[in-house]
Design a binder for this molecule. Structure first.
Ligand SMILES: Nc1ncnc2c1ncn2[C@@H]1O[C@H](COP(=O)(O)OP(=O)(O)OP(=O)(O)O)[C@@H](O)[C@H]1O
Length: 234
């Protein structure tokens, strides 16, 4: 379970995340939507202990991320696909991650197969990766510890159509096996296809939230809703 309660972040007195509250339950995918600069990444960073909140709280699995003893074994996080060291090969990145998390090394080959990176790709330096390849590697790192929760910031960014379809299957399957998924995205059609629940923010505030099926009832698309609630900016 993820619980975000009255979460607020101010920079220079200005709230970029403003009194945001929502919960994500096991077995569900939550689509976290909003225009550029609306506060999605800042919210996810607070949830993962990378940015301190000004007020409110963000907890997962009953506590703060930073208090989990070996967080990678419980929560898979992909906030920035370009965060990996460019001079390392993909295989080195994953192997190092097995050492820091205590995951058996045999998982490396399994994960490369799972995320669709072949052997030549695994041997390439990350600086030579396309954005889509970085996303796949980032997902491999997130999945490494067989977590029960995934927190992903725009994971489909840079993926080709096959990659987007693959990710849809992967995330839906993860949730259907009881996992909790929270992802931000600008791909409204994709989110509509996989998310059980939508949280839409604009200027740091929640402007709509609820079950996807309810929100798009009556033939309205998620894009229609998004544009109506955010004044046309996508
Ligand atoms: N360290 C910081 N100092 C000052 N302002 C910041 C900082 N980090 C983020 N912001 C501001 O907070 C606001 C929200 O940014 P955030 O990255 O959370 O938005 P986002 O919804 O993830 O956007 P995008 O869809 O473009 O990724 C933006 O106006 C941004 O400039």
């Amino acid at each position: 379970m993820i619980e975000i309660t009255h979460l607020t972040k101010k920079y220079a007195g200005h709230a970029v995340v403003d009194d945001v509250s929502f919960t994500c339950r096991p077995g569900t995918v939550t689509g976290f939507l909003g225009p550029n600069g609306s506060g999605k990444s800042t919210t996810l960073r607070m949830l993962c202990g990378l940015t301190p909140p000004t007020a409110g709280s963000a907890t997962l699995l009953g506590g703060r991320y930073r208090d989990l003893p070996n967080p990678a074994r419980r929560v898979g996080v992909l906030l920035d696909a370009s965060a990996q060291h460019g001079g390392r090969t993909g295989r080195e990145v994953l192997t190092l991650a097995t050492l820091t998390t205590g995951v058996p090394r045999r998982r490396v080959a399994e994960l490369f197969a799972q995320v669709g990176l072949d052997d030549p790709a695994a041997r390439k330096r990350v600086r030579a990766y396309s954005l889509g390849m970085r996303q796949r590697l980032g997902l491999a790192v997130a999945l490494l510890g067989e977590p029960e929760m995934l927190i992903l910031d725009e994971p489909a960014n840079g993926l080709d159509p096959e990659g987007i379809a693959w990710m849809r299957t992967l995330l839906r399957g993860f949730a259907d096996r009881g996992g909790t998924v929270l992802l931000s995205s600008h791909l409204l059609g994709e989110v509509q296809a996989i998310a059980d629940q939508i949280v839409l923010i604009h200027n740091g505030r929640v402007v709509e939230q609820g079950n996807t099926a309810d929100l798009i009832a009556g033939g309205r698309s998620l894009e229609d809703l998004f544009l109506a609630r955010t004044g046309g900016q996508s």
